[in-house]
Design a protein around this ligand. Structure first.
Ligand code: AHR
Length: 659
């Protein structure tokens, strides 16, 4: 039996001190009792392309539908009216308005012309469609425009790099004018002329520096005289990407991830690993190399994904933020909750090989087949991949059979890679680590703080791969985050079993939300980490090396616990790290009693996340309603009283003079 039980039998008097309900609650910390090491892999990130997390989000590409492939159906799917239909009968909403979604024709004062999606003379077989611009009368201005993802964000004085492929018939050449401009083109912020565009497919580039900031701009490319020209892979990037990587990530969003100091990043999901059907699953080989050679696809979260933020960019992100990579492979089936399609037994070896090839791409020597591809893509050294998960939320009998084949192929080749399973399978291949998911209402998270107290200690280690309080929690309010904090205390307390955890989903673009509650909201120039983000960050930055036996004794009569606590030791810093959740609406004066540690210094550093109103939420308009506040406390010792704010998570870092 674990500590931190709700001990309702301890009846002590309640006395009001400064409006706080007084020290009838005791947190006892026994530093001499056996300790449990906490896994350094504990707090990580779950990334999935959902809610435009990447496309129109973390991936800094500003052009929407750059490859003109947006309206393509995944192989084997068909249209049922306005819905995509899989052979298994799953239906998905149509994700584009027309075949040139994102693009418009610019025609002013006497200009006449048309744009059309075209499949003649494709750029390559992975990009079979292009956009044909037919200019009949150039008028004052004729061209094409792209408004990006809910407007383009231009910052005055920053550089933006434009590249595109173009071709013409019979070698005809045109001068084109590229502009960064206001939403309907009334104001121009930067222009560049690209001369002699024409002949066979060729890539053209130019750089633009807007003189004005506009969060709702567009890119325009105009032609000066009548003629016909084809475009493909039209791309616009801010030069200031995270760590200045080409084909890189939005710096502000990536920095927010780095600030979590995550132990790992899981990728690519989530349900997207399976896809709506097997042809729509994530296929990592479509997501590496030159962006003109990548193959995009419709996404089961209702939009198109270019695969621009692909396997390589993900591995690079892990390296850039000092995190291990946790890559999820397809297990030979599409998503469990979308009428799964199962590969035939004789097809499974190809899926196993797909996973082995991905491991070789990340970890293999630069002269191996896939290691050489990695080197050709600019990274000769291996990437920090440490985990592979076989599938996501798969629960079928077929999965159990397939898992064994994956395990048997991967384990001997990659003895140091941790293999994660979706189920607690008995027999066949071992399950070293299992991925549990938890979503629900605040009460269920508070209740689940004891979930692993009685877990089978001889069973697999646990990775809580997805958790998120997403019911009865607004769009992600403080109470939701506090219930998650109580839950995380329970995971940390069971550190001998629970080794890793990640919140899900990570991001949402406020303009297109597919999942009700997520961790970090953004639009094209702002962001708002929710209180759940700050909870995860506080836990990550205050992960102890070992837990200490901690119990909470509280007053009789209350029907559910309101104070949740766990202490641990940060050995290097010489601190006892005490994390406490107060879910009550009033401040709580709590007696903290520490035994078994030689001496506790008087001064402690304090971090508090809280608010009198538990329903408050951060938004992109008001991103700092709930943020952690730092302070100092000078009344600490082996026995002291601390008043915890209403609706709060508090971390006390207590100095140990002798641990
Ligand atoms: O996190 C959102 C979704 O929830 C994931 O894609 C899936 O694994 C889970 O059901």
């Amino acid at each position: 039996m674990k500590t931190n039980k709700w001990i309702a039998a301890v009846a002590l008097c309640a006395v009001a001190i400064n409006g706080a309900v007084s020290a009838e609650t005791i947190i006892r910390i026994d530093a001499a009792a056996p300790r449990t090491p906490v896994s350094p892999g504990m707090y990580g990130i779950f990334y999935e392309e959902i809610n435009h997390a990447g496309e129109g989000g973390l991936y800094a590409e500003m052009v929407q539908n750059r490859d003109f492939e947006m309206n393509q159906l995944p192989e084997g799917a068909s249209w049922a009216g306005n819905l995509l239909k899989t052979p298994q009968g799953w239906q998905e909403r149509k994700w584009f308005s027309n075949e040139l979604h994102g693009w418009t024709l610019i025609r002013s004062e006497g200009a006449r012309g048309a744009i059309k999606q075209d499949s003649a003379k494709p750029l390559n077989e992975r990009n079979p469609h292009s956009m044909r611009l037919t200019a009949r009368e150039a008028g004052k201005r004729l061209g094409v425009a792209n408004g990006g993802f809910w407007g383009m964000n231009f910052q005055a004085g920053k550089w933006y790099d434009l590249s595109f492929y173009a071709r013409t018939e019979s070698g005809e050449k045109f001068d084109l004018t590229a502009s960064l401009e206001s939403a309907i083109g009334h104001e121009s912020y930067a222009t560049a002329v690209i001369k002699d565009v024409g002949g066979d497919w060729k890539q053209y580039r130019c750089a633009l520096q807007p003189k004005t900031t506009d969060h709702n701009g567009r890119l325009a490319i105009a032609i000066a005289r009548p003629g016909v020209i084809w475009f493909d892979v039209v791309s616009l990037f801010p030069r200031d990407t995270f760590k200045n990587r080409p084909n890189g990530l939005r710096a502000d969003l990536a920095q927010t991830l780095a600030d979590l100091k995550p132990a790992f990043v899981r990728f690519p999901g989530g349900a997207i690993v399976g896809g709506m059907m097997l042809s729509n699953r994530i296929q990592w080989k479509n997501s590496i190399g030159d962006i003109a050679q990548r193959k995009g696809t419709a996404n089961l979260w209702g939009y198109y994904t270019s695969n621009g933020l692909g396997y390589h960019e993900y591995l690079q992100l892990c390296e850039d933020i000092g995190a291990s990579a946790l890559w999820v492979c397809n297990p030979g089936s599409s998503d469990n909750y979308r009428r799964a399609e199962y590969a035939k037994p004789e097809e499974i070896p190809a899926y196993v090989q797909e996973a082995l090839d991905a491991l070789e791409y990340a970890l293999g020597p630069a002269d191996s087949k896939w290691g050489a591809q990695r080197a050709a893509n600019g990274h000769p050294a291996p990437f920090p991949l440490k985990y592979i998960e076989i599938g996501n939320e798969a629960s079928s009998r077929q999965y159990q059979d397939n898992y064994k084949l994956f395990y048997k192929a991967i384990r001997p080749k990659y003895p140091d890679v941790v293999i994660i399973c979706n189920q607690r399978i008995k027999g066949g291949a071992p399950v070293e680590m299992v991925d549990d998911h938890k979503y629900g209402a605040p009460d269920s998270f508070f209740a689940a703080h004891t979930q692993y107290d009685n877990a089978d200690r001889s069973g697999p280690k646990v990775y809580v791969g997805e958790y998120g309080c997403n019911r009865g929690a607004g769009e992600g309010n403080l109470m939701a985050a506090l219930s998650e904090a109580a839950y995380l205390l329970g995971l940390e307390r069971n550190a001998d079993v629970v080794k890793m955890v990640s919140y899900a989903p990570l991001f949402f673009n406020v303009n297109d939300i597919a999942w009700p509650v997520n961790m970090i909201g953004f639009d094209n120039h702002r962001m708002a980490p929710r209180s759940s983000y700050y909870v995860q960050k506080i836990f990550s930055l205050n992960r102890p090396d070992e837990t200490l036996k901690t119990s909470v004794e509280s007053e009789a009569g209350a029907d559910k616990p309101e104070i949740f606590a766990l202490a641990g030791v940060d050995k290097k810093a010489g601190k006892i790290v005490l994390k406490v959740v107060n879910r009550a609406r009033e401040p709580r004066a709590v007696s903290i009693q520490i035994s078994g540690a030689a001496k506790i210094g008087e001064r402690a550093k304090v971090t508090t996340l809280g608010n009198d109103d538990p329903t408050v939420e951060n938004t992109v308009d008001e991103p700092e309603i709930v943020v952690p506040a730092g302070s100092e406390f000078s009344g600490a010792g082996e026995k002291f009283t601390y008043t915890f704010k209403p609706h709060s998570l508090t971390v006390l870092r207590l100095s140990l003079s002798n641990s």
